[in-house]
Design a protein around this ligand. Structure first.
Ligand SMILES: [Zn+2]
Length: 481
């Protein structure tokens, strides 16, 4: 089967043809490091980690780039709140990003470019767009002129006239069209600023991904990914900027977007209080459980997150572990060579699993189907295992080795490590969880005996190390700030 991929641009599945034989080039929009990563962040990065692993397995050389938006209003606001510099915030949460993603077994990509380290490339691109007549300056701000790019709206399937009609009445008469967006913003007092031909300022959000993908991947590359919320305006604007600047069509050949995440079937949002940080989940679940949970749904489908579903994921993963342990046990048995019908059945199941798994992955990276193939194989392994234990099947080392090799090969593509011992971090997480229950209990006792000094001290001291207590109908809960 050939690899077919759903392209947001054409809105259909297309056969994958690399731009350069044997090579795959990927750009994925990264995070704005102003907070700890939440589950919405984890989904695209796990998805792309699996896609990267699969291409490597198929023999491609993969170049994979993912940026950090380290110059942004949210970072500046967080810095002002804490009274520290913007780069203190950015560096802190870039480290937090890696800590979490490493635990989820997400391998590092080739380059993590940061906006603050690519100002020259960004300024060059904005200047080029002004020179070519796709952008204009107004009092130190530079805007992209969407009317001058006829293909604007192609990715998101919107017409410029409809967007104009739908746009809120924009009284910003400095813009030629309400949909024109900022490439460069003049400096406001107290904000970080860089020198530019239009005076001191900083880039708009969209230009960074155009400038950095151009630098690391060239005028045209194979894949661009991110969450569906980035299709418009972010990715639409990237196409407009990049293709206008290079004068070449097809800045990106395949656009891939992850589906939304809901929590208990509600939209995830800070205001609804159902906004989960990966750290908080990892205090209760193993990292491979969260990884499995995300992979077990196809990347384009919506994903509903709840405790019940995570517990279900944990049980499913346990079933795969049992099959893996059974293989490990069978491999310790004295070498047997006599083939039996059961051993031949196992061999046939291994061969079929390989075909089915790769077919599933070739169908738009259908990891949900690929996972079900693993369960089918696990069932065959368990049947064979009990056959050997009951003396019904003779032990065949070669069949067991074939099954072991295939099970590992397929799990590796998904990045699931069933042999991983609970990391120190997870053990620490469990201990922290229990210690917090003890501390919260002491504080409750203090409050009951009206010892407000102790109760307040516990709350304030926890607060100072970034832990916030919350009263809920189910008692006091704690979370990372
Ligand atoms: Zn981006």
């Amino acid at each position: 089967m050939t690899l077919r991929i759903y392209n947001t641009l054409s809105k259909k599945k297309e056969e994958f043809i690399p731009i350069e034989e044997g090579k795959v080039k990927i750009y994925v929009c990264g995070v704005t490091p102003y907070n700890h990563p939440h589950i919405g962040n984890a989904r695209p990065f796990i998805t792309w980690d699996v896609i990267h692993r699969y291409f490597e397995k198929l023999g491609y050389e993969v170049t994979h780039i993912q940026n950090f938006t380290d110059v942004d209003d949210k970072i500046i606001n967080a810095a002002n709140r804490e009274g520290v510099s913007w780069d203190t915030i950015a560096n802190r949460y870039i480290l937090a990003y890696f800590e979490v993603m490493d635990q989820l077994n997400i391998r590092r990509v080739n380059v993590y470019p940061r906006v603050s380290e690519h100002m020259q490339e960004i300024i060059d691109m904005v200047s080029g767009l002004v020179k070519k007549g796709f952008a204009y300056e107004v009092d130190g701000d530079v805007y992209y002129s969407v009317q001058d790019f006829p293909a604007y709206g192609r990715l998101s399937g919107r017409e410029l006239e409809d967007m104009q009609a739908g746009a809120r009445v924009d009284i910003d008469d400095r813009k030629r069209h309400p949909m024109d967006f900022a490439l460069w913003k003049s400096a406001k007092p107290g904000e970080p600023a860089w020198e530019s031909p239009w005076g001191p300022g900083r880039p708009g959000w969209h230009i960074e991904c155009s400038a950095m993908s151009l630098k690391y991947l060239g005028n045209s590359f194979d894949f661009h990914g991110g969450g569906s919320d980035l299709i418009f305006p972010h990715h639409e604007n990237e196409i407009a900027q990049s293709e206008a600047y290079t004068g070449k069509d097809q800045f990106v050949h395949y656009w891939l977007h992850n589906g939304f995440i809901t929590v208990n079937e509600e939209k995830m949002s800070k205001s609804l209080g159902n906004f989960f940080l990966v750290n908080d989940i990892l205090a209760h679940y193993r990292p491979e459980t969260l990884r499995y949970f995300i992979i077990a749904t196809h990347y384009r489908s919506p994903l509903d997150f709840s405790d019940e579903r995570l517990e279900e994921a944990e049980r499913s993963l346990e079933r795969l572990k049992t099959a893996n342990d059974n293989l490990t046990y069978l491999a310790t048995l004295p070498t047997g060579t006599k083939d039996s019908e059961e051993a031949n059945n196992l061999r046939a199941a291994v061969d079929q699993a390989k075909i089915d798994f790769y077919d599933a992955m070739d169908d738009d990276f259908n990891t949900a189907l690929a996972v079900s193939v693993l369960f089918g194989l696990a069932k065959e392994i368990n049947t064979y295992h009990s056959g050997v234990l009951l003396g019904k099947a003779s032990h065949s080392s070669s069949a067991v080795q074939a099954a072991q090799g295939m099970f590992k090969e397929l799990l590796d593509i998904l990045g699931l490590d069933l042999t991983a011992k609970q990391s120190d971090h997870v053990q620490d997480g469990a201990i922290v969880s229990e210690l917090m229950d003890i501390i919260i209990g002491i504080r409750q006792d203090a409050r009951q005996s009206k010892n407000w000094t102790t109760a307040d001290r516990i709350r304030d001291d926890l607060n100072s190390i970034g832990i916030q207590l919350e009263d809920t109908p189910h008692g006091v809960r704690w979370k990372h700030k």
